[in-house]
Design a binder for this molecule. Structure first.
Ligand code: MCN
Length: 827
């Protein structure tokens, strides 16, 4: 073992994952080929809403190479009734919102007693007792299809091409039904209904009220009211979804290889859905080529793989193609946001009202109803004020279901509050930076109460704002803007701010449980010193691009006094890590990475006892540094961690009663979420003749506490900001009135590439979180949350001489040009 005096946390350790990824040696699900494996393809509904009047599969069954063709009715006996209908099944224990309501269960105390205060407790109690409408959702539709892409039949054949061709031979008769795509139309009287049995398209309405909102508006010196649209977005992971389901004849169980972010959640959920005892179901997430939230789910195809493998007794493979991916993997966002703020004469906010319509699509996926709820807590953003009123109505439409997409609820919230702060600045004739300063919390390093009834852990919003102003040379930019305005330059300069915070590090079990999100927010790590002194870390997180192997190696290396190369990180296989809560909500570092640190500390504590025994010294006199235990005052008396690991393994000279080997687990369940924050400035050049927006510069000062790996953090921010820019300027899932996805391919759905994106100029501040031993906060979604309002504020700022106060996302050249045409011309 190499001795390691240096510290690795905070250093630019190259990603251990990269060599395999860049030399084609990664192990994707589609690389898996098992003996006897058959291939499944899926017939999907071309209609957004229709009754299935008949299905004839006989011709398809006769095609050479076709082994089986199944309809919804054929497979219904194979799974638990209505298997995908239960959103709270994320618990794996089938506790639905409905069950809770029936049992009269209400919210419980949070684990730290503080993170959720009384206001939130009553809000939460209200939510879980409220009626959530849960539609039937069969893996293969039975009587009715509810969106274009709903699965209607499955073909299993000896190879993929045969299976694909055989789909053409399935004869389905549909009786088209009225289609609902528009959110406001869906809640209007007399609308067609997605699920007629409910008599409404409203799945639920949630409210959160704190303070006296009417008084705040009655006494306001200034009020601003705006409507914003969050367009639908399609997550674009490099790797589409895919599965291989393998029956294990030895124990009657199954291994499911699947491109997922959540093997542990899947194990619990699929075991319940498919009636496979949990201990006989192994889920393996091989290398996963991104997810961005879209692989945080239990999908029909995963259920189908298992039940068909069980029926046929052979491995079943299904790999999603890109068109299917656009139709059948969840979408994100899709909201109409009405927001209103009341401020006093100095521009200090006194109250905020938010009213949302949230597009759920046709069914409830695992987290669908909860996504806007994460946002509910974050509309107040980095501003403190006395009264807040939030209402969200979840609406069914005949479209692909929505669910978590990078940021999930928080980009929507940050966008609305940051856009309306600019509205308030405009109303009052203040600089957008100044209106923000007047409403920030004072810097804090212990939790503060927020208007939404949660507690932010720590923050210093002034610092990031002033730093980004310096970084961008704000005064120079305003001077340039003025020059261009005065010169009548057709290309106008826009300067847009965003000062954001977000809730991440999804964790405290009792809080998640109280929110109806299934509890179990802990994360597990096991740290084992092998006989040679090398280290294995088993983690319950499931990286799919975030570099946990590198980060966790750094954390373990520092704690144990070894090098990152001495550490192997094992993940993504429930047989290796039976416990885990996976990767989403930027939770992996603040929960899972901290668990690695704490498990390693347990190893050191035990090793110290063994070292004391070996050195014949008192445990209290033993010091540990640089991988070496020594006796205080007698540095020559020492023993390396590797030697202690070897002694622990041999177990022939251990302290009385001590168990052999150095292997320790830690289940970390933090007391609160973490709340990273930052300030961004986007500088745009807007061509007023063509409407084309160019991002000239992008500055950010972000704070996610102490940094484990600066390269990874920069990468997360770059990718996150790129996705934020994508929402602001380029991407939109568009449906026609009949519910056809008209942006069903990468030709029509505009994903920005490197040429569309600016160079980012990023700096950091470090405000540790009091919620965990490393002080760390998540960063995986921060950029996606901070960027959209900075970009749109910038575009609107450029166009302000035209009296333009808003341009909806994506601010395409056409929309910008149209806004200019519709304006009264320049001042
Ligand atoms: N990190 C760090 N120091 C900090 C904070 C984070 O070094 N103070 C490092 C961590 O050690 C880890 C990485 O940054 O290596 C991300 O950590 P974290 O913020 O905890 O986020 P998660 O690992 O839980 O990742 C989830 C997050 C989410 S929710 C989405 S969506 C997303 C994202 O990560 N999807 C991604 N980033 C992605 N990156 C890639 N390449 N692909 C995706 O699908």
């Amino acid at each position: 073992m190499t001795e390691a005096p240096q510290k690795y946390v905070g250093g630019g350790v190259p990603r251990k994952e990269d060599p395999a990824l860049v030399t084609g040696r990664a192990n994707w699900t589609d690389n898996i080929k098992l003996p006897g494996m058959l291939h499944a393809t899926l017939l999907r509904s071309p209609y957004a809403h229709a009754r299935i009047t008949s299905i004839d599969t006989s011709a398809a069954k006769e095609q050479p190479g076709v082994v089986a063709v199944y309809t919804g009715d054929d497979l219904a006996p194979e799974y638990d009734a209505n298997p995908l209908a239960n959103p709270a099944a994320v618990t794996g224990y089938n506790v639905s919102f409905e069950d809770r309501a029936k049992s009269g269960e209400t919210a419980t105390e949070s684990s730290n007693g503080d993170a959720v205060d009384e206001k939130t407790r009553s809000f939460v109690a209200w939510i879980v007792s409220e009626d959530l409408k849960i539609p039937n959702h069969w893996p293969v539709a039975r009587d009715e299809v509810n969106f274009a892409g709903d699965i209607v039949a499955v073909v299993v054949a000896t190879d993929r091409y045969t299976a694909q061709d055989a789909l053409e031979f399935i004869d389905v008769e549909y009786e088209p039904m009225d289609v609902v795509t528009d959110l406001e139309a869906a809640v209007a009287d007399g609308s067609a209904l997605v699920h007629e049995e409910f008599g409404t398209n409203e799945a639920y309405t949630w409210n959160l009220d704190t303070g006296d909102i009417d008084e705040a508006f009655a006494n306001a010196a200034h009020t601003v009211k705006e409507r914003y649209i969050q367009q639908r977005l399609i997550p674009n992971a490099i790797e589409t979804r895919g599965i291989v389901a393998n029956p294990d004849p030895m124990n009657g169980g199954f291994t499911l290889y699947t491109s997922t972010q959540v093997p542990h959640i899947l194990k619990a959920v699929l075991s319940a859905y498919c009636g496979i005892p949990e201990q006989r179901l192994r889920i393996v997430a091989p290398d996963v080529g991104g997810g961005f939230g879209s692989k945080l789910n239990a999908y029909s195809e995963e259920v189908l793989g298992l039940v068909i493998a069980r029926k046929l007794g052979v491995p079943i493979k299904w790999i999603e193609d890109r068109s299917e991916n656009y139709l059948a993997t969840i979408h994100g966002r899709g909201q109409v946001q009405d927001i209103e703020v009341a401020a006093d004469a100095e521009g200090r906010i006194q109250g905020m009202r938010v009213k949302l319509l949230a597009d759920l699509g046709a069914y409830l996926h695992l987290n669908t109803p909860g996504i806007p709820l994460l946002g509910a807590f974050m509309y107040p953003g980095v501003y403190t004020f006395p009264a807040y009123s939030f209402e969200c109505t979840g609406v069914f439409t005949n479209k692909t279901p929505t669910d978590a997409y990078r940021g999930a609820g928080r980009p929507e919230a940050a966008y609305a509050v940051e856009r309306i702060m600019d509205g308030l600045a405009r109303e009052m004739g203040l600089d957008p930076a100044e209106v923000r300063r007047r409403n920030f919390y004072e810097p804090f390093d212990e939790p503060v109460d927020t208007p939404a009834g949660i507690q932010y852990d720590s923050g210093n919003y002034q610092d990031v704002l002033e730093k980004v102003i310096d970084l961008a040379k704000y005064d120079d930019l305003r001077a340039e803007q003025q020059r261009r305005r005065e010169a009548g330059d057709p290309v106008q300069l826009g300067i847009g701010f965003s000062t954001y915070t977000e809730i991440c590090g999804l964790a405290p079990s009792q809080v998640l449980s109280a929110l109806g999100a299934g509890g179990a927010g802990w994360e597990m790590a096991k740290v084992q010193m092998l006989a040679s002194g090398k280290v294995e870390v088993v983690t319950g997180t499931t990286p799919h691009g975030q570099g946990h192997v590198t980060s966790w190696s750094q954390i373990a290396a520092d704690a144990l006094g070894v090098t990152p190369e001495d550490v192997e990180v094992l993940h993504g296989d429930t047989a290796v890590a039976p416990y885990g809560r996976d990767t989403y909500g930027s939770r992996s570092l603040p929960v899972g990475g901290v668990a690695v640190h704490l498990a390693a500390q347990k190893v050191v504590d035990k090793a110290k006892k063994i070292a004391a025994h070996m050195l014949e010294a008192a445990e209290g006199d033993i010091e540990f540094e640089g991988g070496r235990f020594s006796v205080a005052g007698s540095p020559d008396q020492n023993v390396t961690m590797a030697k202690v690991a070897g002694a622990a393994y041999l177990a022939d000279n251990l302290p009385e009663g001590m168990e052999p080997v150095l292997s320790e687990e830690f289940f970390f369940d933090p007391p609160n979420f973490t709340f990273p924050f930052g300030a961004h400035i986007c500088v745009t050049e807007v061509d007023t003749e063509t409407g084309f927006v160019k991002i000239r510069d992008y500055f950010g000062v972000d704070d996610c506490g102490p940094i484990i790996n600066p390269t990874i953090v920069d990468g997360q921010l770059h990718g996150g900001i790129a996705q934020g820019v994508a929402q602001a300027l380029y991407e939109e899932a568009v449906y026609d009135d009949e519910g056809n996805l008209t942006t069903g391919s990468m030709v029509d759905y505009l994903i920005p590439g490197a040429p569309e994106l600016p160079n980012y100029t990023l700096e950091r501040t470090v405000t540790p979180s009091p919620s965990n031993a490393l002080g760390v906060k998540g960063v995986g979604e921060a950029g996606t949350i901070g960027a959209p309002p900075a970009v749109i504020n910038s575009v609107v700022d450029a166009l302000s001489p035209y009296g333009i106060t808003h341009v909806d996302m994506p601010a395409s050249p056409w929309k910008v040009w149209q806004a200019i045409q519709d304006s009264q011309g320049r001042d």
